[in-house]
Design a binder for this molecule. Structure first.
Ligand code: GTP
Ligand code: MG
Length: 136
């Protein structure tokens, strides 16, 4: 069965939305394989976000991810990678569809990075790479 990495990012944890987000994941039917509160260092985040190095939002993204704890979740189920990204909604929370995590709980806070509550791996290769980082 397929697995993916989900992160409830610092904005989601700080706003007390971890439970609401987990409830949607569980209601959808995916299995929680592992879950932990994480406080990653810069090196861990640089590995996780290596594909974005050099982009204008890279430094603000790392600063944001360093701003507080996240919750890392190992999720399993058929097509869970695609399924969780569908639950999460598109990257920009202002326009993410209502009914999605980002669409229902997110907005533009006028910051340099899109605070969009969750991360989900975008491919089987990304999921394997990211799970090795967060659940070493
Ligand atoms: P993740 O599930 O977090 O990887 O989101 P994603 O796959 O929808 O987005 P992507 O991997 O392209 O970007 C990673 C993160 O960088 C996003 O979740 C945002 O927090 C931030 N980000 C991405 N694109 C932009 C952008 O154009 N502007 C700003 N300010 N932030 C961005
Ligand atoms: Mg991504």
């Amino acid at each position: 069965t397929e697995e993916t990495l989900v992160l409830v990012k610092p904005d989601g944890v700080a706003r007390g939305l971890t439970g609401a987000i987990l409830a949607r994941i569980e209601a959808k039917g995916y299995a929680l394989v592992d879950i932990r509160l994480v406080e990653p260092d810069r090196e861990t985040l640089a590995r996780h976000y290596a594909e974005h190095e050099g982009k204008p939002f890279y430094e603000p993204l790392l600063e944001f991810m360093l701003s507080g704890p996240s919750v890392a979740i190992r999720l399993a189920g058929n097509r869970v990678i695609e399924g969780f990204r569908s639950l999460a909604g598109t990257t920009d929370p202002t326009t993410a569809a209502p009914g999605t995590i980002r669409g229902d709980f997110g907005r533009d806070w006028g910051l340099k990075v899109q605070q969009n509550l969750v991360h989900g791996s975008d491919s089987v290769e990304s999921a394997e790479r990211e799970l090795a980082i967060w659940f070493a």
